[in-house]
Design a protein around this ligand. Structure first.
Ligand code: ADP
Ligand code: MG
Length: 685
């Protein structure tokens, strides 16, 4: 593969900066080039003061009636002026830039471009860039990329590096068949990469994006189809009959399985006993009860004398599965040896676990992607299950399936994909759907409110906790940031400790903590020792603490709908009435409409389809349905039409040249191989 030089090889990038890039998972020039902007800052034509509203970036055309004032608050010098038009006033401020004042002349026209915030019902334009009307005219309609950033590595720096990388990169050879490019009018790939970063205008951006989305789908579907060829209708070395112990467990659960669960379980049992290798997806909304189906399948496998393994996308979830299965088995007197394997275990703990696995002392193995590392040697591994599959790449799925000798494969996902799309995206799998929630669930009560509601929310939390329940509070950030104004876990924890009665234990959890510490917090929360857990989205998938009844989400506007739905799915998992409080700090109308969808429905499929209507096809700037599958740009919902077309193209290509052996497909084959290889390497969850 080309452009594999490390980022330090770029002029002006030292080890320190490279370490910052590494935080963004950018190691090579290739990684950098494929680090696409999160958004674009479009230099729209200036608006008048009258039209001013909260906005992250807006240009306002003004006529300065007088020179601004220079004010002093403690150490801070502020240049400030209040501008009025037709009864609307807008305060413009610059902090610690006293010299600005001299450059602004009374009676002149300017364009100020910056962020407008609302503080105590006053609109304030903060630190705007200053243009003359003429100089603004030169940049109007241009688009600047906005990248995901990290502390110490701001947008400007990334832009500069990106320019450098584009200038010095090795160009790729075109690998898409010429006929396809012509048919779909796809931009050339090097061109697309350049212009996804620096489009001249919207049209150029759309063309770059279309090409890259096409590629994402194309490579993904090729990989999936080739996997299918490899796996489908293979005879299985493992016949796993239903066991009496599993039936007994099923019958003595504290609840009866839903009809949908029973049906899925039956399909799994039939596959496992049938003599053909199982390749099955269980799709079911959050809280529909997928885990118990997995557990029963694992138990059947163990009872047949084989090993079964369950892979979860996060340590927190792996640990939780391990413990709840442990508990369940103990309560029903089931003697099976469970082993946990995660990245944060010490070398010694790992050695012991590997030994138990290799010697087949372990019947059921649970872990993160650490399960697919080379050192783990299974013995008669007959069933592999991946939970919350959308977090894993196809490559990882395949690697897991390749462990052992043609094990049965079961994947579980809560991503609400319509059946037509699921058949395309999971072309290598049969599908079972759990389309029913357990009986007796009370539907979650939702509200979307502003920050002024916080006090009431805290009082509500305190009441729920007094009644014995627990709560999650989600913040988008781990710690305070100069660049992004949003609540952060560390400060919020302090605030809550003050706001809530001292008898309430408030702790926090975030992805930057050590695995051990995360586990400890999660265990204590599950055990009810912690009443309020302030967390980032690390708890988004899978976590199950049925006693938790309140999910409070700060800066709800910053999350995608699917993500909010997943987060909300952490409550309403038991018999208690549950609540989701979404704090919305945005006044943007579209954002409010989006949140309103969640406010009125708890149904993942409905939410996804309404979201789609709101966003419309090809929407670039809306929140994506959040990282489903492994696409960086593509959105399976808004790009569904293209996805279907690509699927047809992939089918006809493979019909014509099943192994991509033709000379004209050589570049494509090379590209596909490195795509799969990368997907294997993506063990960074
Ligand atoms: P998910 O599908 O999101 O993975 P889980 O499998 O974690 O959901 O199940 C959520 C909760 O529902 C768990 O506490 C589980 O014990 C419980 N549960 C599962 N099936 C049923 C059922 N048929 N009736 C009542 N509760 C159930
Ligand atoms: Mg789950």
């Amino acid at each position: 593969m080309i452009n594999q030089e490390p980022v330090v090889s770029l002029k002006g990038i030292g080890e320190k900066t490279a370490a910052l890039y590494a935080k963004l998972e950018i190691h090579t020039i290739h990684d950098l080039l494929h680090y696409y902007p999160r958004a674009y800052d479009a230099y729209e034509p200036p608006i008048s003061i009258f039209a001013a509203a909260e906005s992250p970036a807006v240009a306002v055309g003004v006529l300065l009636p007088k020179a601004p004032d220079l004010l002093r608050f403690g150490n801070i010098q502020t240049v400030s002026i209040v501008l009025k038009e037709a009864g609307v006033s807008l305060q413009v401020v610059w902090y610690n830039m006293p010299y600005i004042r001299a450059s602004l002349k009374a009676g002149s026209r300017y364009v100020f471009r910056g962020r407008i915030v609302r503080k105590k019902s006053r609109l304030i334009l903060e630190q705007p860039e200053i243009f003359t009307p003429e100089s603004y005219q030169e940049v109007v309609h241009s688009m600047q990329p906005v990248y995901g950033q990290t502390r110490g590595l701001g947008n400007k720096a990334i832009i500069k590096t990106m320019h450098l990388a584009l200038e010095t990169r090795t160009l790729e050879r075109e690998y898409l068949p010429e006929a396809l490019r012509a048919k779909y009018q796809l931009a050339e790939s090097n061109f697309a990469i350049e212009h996804i970063h620096f489009p001249k205008d919207r049209e150029e951006l759309l063309s770059a994006r279309k090409r890259l989305v096409f590629d994402e789908f194309f490579l993904f579907l090729l990989a999936v189809r080739l996997l299918r060829e490899k796996r489908v209708d293979k005879e299985s070395p493992y016949r796993i009959p239903a066991s009496r112990e599993a039936a007994k467990l099923e019958a003595s659960l504290p609840f009866a399985l839903t009809t949908a669960q029973k049906k899925a379980l039956e399909e799994v049992r039939r596959d496992m006993a049938g003599g053909i290798v199982m390749n099955r997806l269980i799709q079911g909304d959050v809280g529909s009860g997928k885990t118990i189906v997995a557990i029963l399948a694992l138990l059947e496998t163990a009872n047949a004398g084989y090993q079964g393994a369950l892979m979860a996308p996060t340590e927190v979830l792996a640990k939780q599965h391990y413990e709840s299965i442990q508990e369940l088995f103990a309560a029903h007197d089931i003697q099976k040896c469970l082993v946990l394997v995660t990245g944060s275990m010490t070398a010694k703990e790992k050695r012991i676990a590997y030994k138990k696995i290799a010697s087949h002392e372990a019947d059921i193995i649970i872990g993160t992607h650490a399960l697919i590392q080379e050192k783990v040697q299974y013995h008669n591994l007959a069933l592999v299950i991946t939970d919350e599959q959308h977090r894993f790449g196809v490559g990882q799925r395949e690697m897991f399936g390749n462990k052992g000798n043609l094990p049965h494969v079961l994947v579980m996902s809560a991503t609400p994909i319509p059946r037509t799309l699921a058949i395309i995206l999971y072309g290598d799998l049969d599908i079972s759907v759990i389309d029913e929630l357990p009986k007796g669930r009370q539907s979650i009560k939702n509200c979307v409110v502003g920050v002024e509601y916080r006090k009431k929310a805290y009082a509500f939390l305190a009441r729920e906790i007094a009644a014995g329940r627990q709560a999650y509070v989600i913040c988008p950030m781990v710690e305070a940031s100069e660049m992004i104004e949003a609540e952060n876990v560390l400060d919020y924890t302090k605030v809550l400790r003050q706001e809530l009665p001292p008898s309430i234990t408030v702790e926090y959890l975030h992805g930057k903590m050590k695995g051990k510490d995360k586990n400890k917090i999660m265990e204590r929360f599950a055990a009810g020792e912690i009443q309020v857990l302030v967390s980032t989205t690390v708890i988004e998938v899978g976590v199950n603490v049925p006693n938790a009844t309140v999910m409070m989400i700060e800066n709800a506007e910053r999350f995608g709908l699917a993500q909010l739905h997943q987060l909300r799915g952490r409550v309403g998992r038991g018999k208690y009435q549950s609540y989701c409080i979404m704090i919305n700090t945005s006044e943007d109308e579209d954002t409010n409409k989006r949140l309103d969808i969640l406010n009125h429905s708890n149904d993942g499929f409905y939410i996804a389809s309404e979201d789609l209507k709101l966003r419309g096809p090809g929407d670039l700037f809306g929140q994506r349905q959040s990282g489903e599958m492994e696409f960086r740009l593509a959105d399976i919902f808004t790009d569904a039409d293209l996805l279907k077309k690509v699927s047809e193209e992939v089918d006809s290509l493979l019909k014509e040249d099943p192994l991509l052996e033709a000379e004209s497909h050589r570049e494509l084959k090379k590209h596909l191989d490195s795509y799969l290889e990368k997907s294997y390497d993506k063990l960074n969850l």
